[in-house]
Design a protein around this ligand. Structure first.
Ligand SMILES: CC(C)(COP(=O)(O)OP(=O)(O)OC[C@H]1O[C@@H](n2cnc3c(N)ncnc32)[C@H](O)[C@@H]1OP(=O)(O)O)[C@@H](O)C(=O)NCCC(=O)NCCS
Length: 180
C-alpha cells in the first residue's frame, strides 16, 4: 500500500498544476490514499474496513468509487465533489477529473475503460462499455457513449470528436484554454 501511495504522491507532485510543495494537502492525494487503503483492506479481507473507508471517502470528499473500480497511479481528482465511478470501470494513470463526473453504465451493459493521461472536463459523463484513448480530452458536460480515439477532443451530447491533437499539443493546457 505504501508503495502505491508514494507513486501517487510522486505523480501528483509532477502533474501540471499539481501539489508542489505540499502534495499531502491536496484533496486528490487524500482521495487516493483512502483508495489505496480500501484496496489493501479488500486484499487482506479486513472485516468491515473496505465499507467503512468507502463511506469515509464519500462523506469527506463527495466522491463515490465502486468496489471493483481500478484506479491508476496519480489519478488527479481536481474537484472530487460529485464524481461517481461505478462497476468495474478502469481508470488509467494520471487521468484528470475536473469534477461532477460520472463514469458508469449506460444500460447495465458494462463500464468504461479510460486510457492514460485523459482529461475529463467538468460535468462530463462517460457511459457504457466504451474505451477512451490515451491523452483524449473530453469537453465540459459531454455525454460520451462511443469509443473516443487517442489524442482526440470530444464535446457535446452525444459527444463527437471535434479535433485531433498533434504530437506537440498538450491536452492539459488545451483543457485550461491555453493555445496549443
Ligand atoms: C473541449 C475544450 C477542451 C476545448 O477544446 P478545443 O479543441 O480548444 O475546442 P474549441 O474551443 O476550438 O471548440 C471546437 C468546437 O467545439 C465547441 N465546444 C468547445 N467546448 C465545448 C463543450 N464543452 N461542449 C460543447 N461544445 C464545445 C466549440 O463551440 C466549437 O464549436 P464550433 O466549431 O461549432 O465553433 C474546452 O472547451 C473544455 O470543455 N474544457 C474543459 C474545461 C473544464 O472542464 N473546466 C472546469 C474547470 S473547474
Amino acid at each position: 500500500m505504501l508503495r502505491r501511495v508514494l507513486a501517487d504522491a510522486k505523480a501528483l507532485y509532477a502533474a501540471p498544476g499539481g501539489g508542489k510543495p505540499a502534495v499531502v494537502s491536496m484533496d486528490a492525494f487524500r482521495v487516493l490514499a483512502v483508495q489505496r487503503a480500501r484496496e489493501s483492506a479488500r486484499r487482506w479481507r479486513v472485516p468491515g474496513a473496505p465499507h467503512a473507508l468507502r463511506i469515509v471517502q464519500t462523506a469527506v470528499f463527495g466522491i463515490e468509487i465502486g468496489n471493483d473500480v481500478q484506479i491508476g497511479t496519480g489519478v488527479y481528482f481536481i474537484h472530487p465533489i460529485g464524481i461517481t465511478i461505478g462497476g468495474d470501470a478502469k481508470i488509467g494513470d494520471r487521468v484528470r477529473f475536473f469534477g461532477n463526473n460520472t463514469v458508469g453504465t449506460a444500460k447495465e451493459n458494462g463500464y468504461p475503460t479510460i486510457g492514460d493521461d485523459v482529461v475529463i472536463g467538468a460535468g462530463a459523463r462517460i457511459l457504457g462499455p466504451i474505451h477512451i484513448g490515451d491523452r483524449a480530452v473530453i469537453g465540459a458536460n459531454a455525454v460520451v457513449l462511443e469509443d473516443i480515439p487517442a489524442d482526440a477532443v470530444a464535446v457535446g451530447m452525444p459527444a463527437k470528436v471535434v479535433r485531433q491533437l498533434g504530437q506537440n499539443d498538450d491536452p492539459v493546457a488545451l483543457a485550461y484554454g491555453a493555445s496549443t
